[in-house]
Design a protein. Structure first.
Length: 572
């Protein structure tokens, strides 16, 4: 009896073990189905979007910019036109584009910010107009249109919206020149997801489609104007760090967002078969100090760093560059992230003829600026990567072109009016680089050799001869830009230049006396006095010379009053 019971127990135990094994197999199967089924759905969706659908993500995966329109529909002589009317789109230039492209048309559209618009030059003195004139001479049988649809202060995420709006114009080429305004508007990337999810969001059409249906991440931005511009320029005038640059998560978000915006435009142009000229972004490296240099040092460590840093700058003033290089490198070893240290190292390296090393240090100084309004090196690296990835992209490497063309092989005021806006020579260089890329492109009829870049110089809008940048209003405006960006010595030099330009006096005349005359605007006069006094005290500190405490206090107060009076909220 006992044996029968034991056998029954064994059979029951076997059944339970078999049942448990079956349950485990079922559980594994159910888990596999639970994972594979949605994955299969995503694979099918992704395949459908890429093979059978023309859908592409129109929404920005990082933030929501309220709908805006660069153009307003208009009628001219019964024909449909688009007219640029957005308040940031240089509507005063009265740009009107016939919607129907002529049968013999060669239509090129340029997108970007103020550097792309060739601000602050008049419409006839922009790189787009220079390019149009050169193409008209090269292709006299074509109706050439180079349409500049750039907008003041637009970052790449706004440029991509204008990109979508110009597609109905059937451009033969699109030019994108963007990267200097990426830190201008306040926004939040700190809700970013893991790198894996970020990669899925940026690369899978199915994920982008779902996100477009479910909403946006980040803060909403207005479409008709820029957000918090006054705050950004107040921080510039006060030499305060921007959170978008200082916070590592925010900084990474800015760079990822730029890459996504540019890749969207590149990908759409590729998909539609439109050649896209992608401009790397040149900036003033040699003659523009970082606005904000971040330091993590405190107490005695900071005082030791400051002494070493000033020794390097003193050596530059005394004509001892090798000694200065050693001192500044010691200062950088103590505080590697201090932007201005790298700038002065570059200046010292230039003095010894080490141009390549100086260029690298100038770029490092630019990239470490905690209030950046010059395109970061990573942005140009993104553009070069995209050009290698997408066959229809034509990389126009303006950064390299400007380096080659610069008198010092390091771009400065020889090619720029300020920090990013090219002067007339710089705009001609841009036009020639774009011209060469276009006439060599396979979409145009082949020609015997490369046609030369040439243009018919037009009279200035004011009349009386060719255009000159050396006019008092423009040069006075540059003083304002130098002052707000704390380019103190450049502002002092500029005030003296404006004084001589306005009065017709020679370089031998005392500029301070000229600036006390009734013609001089109050801001120019007061800024010159305050900045010159401030720099005189700083020079004494660098050289180790004594400064009377009352003079130091008076100089500081005059300096502070100037910025409080003329830049209470910044200027834009």
């Amino acid at each position: 009896m006992a044996e029968k019971q034991a056998a029954a127990d064994d059979r029951e135990a076997d059944k339970k073990r078999d049942s448990a094994r079956l349950s485990r197999r079922k559980a594994i199967c159910f888990r596999a189905i639970a994972v594979l089924l949605p994955l299969s759905v995503f694979v099918l969706m992704e395949t459908g979007f890429r093979v059978f659908s023309d859908w592409a993500p129109a929404s920005d995966p990082y933030l929501h910019v309220s709908p805006f329109f660069m153009f307003t529909a208009d009628k001219v002589n019964g024909e449909d036109y688009y007219r640029i009317t957005h308040r940031r789109g240089y509507a005063e230039r009265n740009v009107a584009i016939r919607v129907a492209k002529p049968a013999n048309g060669l239509r090129i559209v340029c997108l970007g910010g103020s550097a792309c618009a060739s601000w602050p030059h008049p419409p006839q003195e922009t790189f787009a107009k220079y390019l149009e004139q050169a193409l008209e001479l090269t292709y006299p049988d074509r109706k050439v249109e180079v349409i500049n649809a750039a907008a003041h202060g637009f970052a790449s995420y706004r440029v991509r919206r204008v990109f979508d709006q110009i597609l109905p114009l059937q451009p033969d080429f699109i030019v994108v020149y963007s990267g200097n305004n990426e830190f201008l508007e306040d926004r939040d990337y700190r809700s970013a997801v893991s790198p894996l999810i970020e990669a899925l969001r940026n690369n899978l059409r199915s994920v982008q489609w779902l996100q477009a249906r479910l909403g946006y991440s980040g803060k909403d931005l207005p479409g008709e104007d820029l957000k918090d511009v006054a705050t950004a320029f107040y921080r510039k005038a006060q030499q305060q760090s921007l959170e978008l640059r200082k916070d590592p998560v925010q900084f990474a978000g800015v760079k990822a967002h730029y890459a996504a915006s540019m890749e969207y435009m590149v990908g759409e142009a590729e998909r539609r078969g439109i050649p896209l000229l992608l401009f790397t972004v040149p900036v003033n490296l040699a003659d523009w100090l970082p606005t904000v240099s971040n330091s993590s040092l405190e107490g005695e460590r900071f005082r030791e760093w400051e002494r070493t840093y000033y020794l390097g700058r003193r050596a530059l003033l005394e004509g001892l560059p090798e000694e200065g290089i050693r001192s500044v490198r010691r200062a950088i070893a103590m505080d590697p992230e201090h932007a201005e240290s790298h700038y002065w190292l570059a200046r010292l390296l230039e003095e010894t003829g080490e141009t390549d090393s100086a260029l690298a240090s100038y770029k490092r100084a630019r990239d470490l600026d905690y209030n950046p309004f010059r395109a970061h090196s990573d942005f140009n690296a993104t553009l070069r990567r995209l050009a290698e990835t997408y066959p229809r992209v034509v990389l126009v490497d303006l950064e390299k072109e400007f380096e080659r063309a610069s008198e010092r092989h390091i771009p400065g005021f020889d090619l720029f009016l300020d920090y990013v806006h090219p002067n007339q020579r710089g705009n001609l260089l841009i036009a020639k680089a774009a011209f060469d890329a276009i006439v060599r492109h396979k979409s145009l009829p082949p020609s015997a050799g490369t046609p030369p870049f040439q243009r018919n110089s037009l009279p200035s809008e004011a009349g009386g001869g060719p255009y000159s940048e050396q006019n008092v209003p423009l040069q006075t405006m540059l003083f304002t830009l130098f002052a707000i960006n704390h380019q103190h010595q450049a502002a002092i030099d500029q005030a003296e230049h404006v004084a001589r330009l306005a009065t017709g006096q020679t370089a031998g005349q005392d500029a301070a006396e000229l600036l006390r005359q009734p013609w001089a605007p109050a801001m120019l006069r007061e800024g010159y006095q305050a900045l010159r006094r401030h720099e005189a005290v700083l020079r004494c500190d660098i050289l180790g010379l004594p400064v009377d405490p009352e003079e130091r206090e008076a100089a500081n107060n005059q300096y502070d009053r100037f910025y409080e009076k003329w830049f209470p909220y910044g200027k834009f």
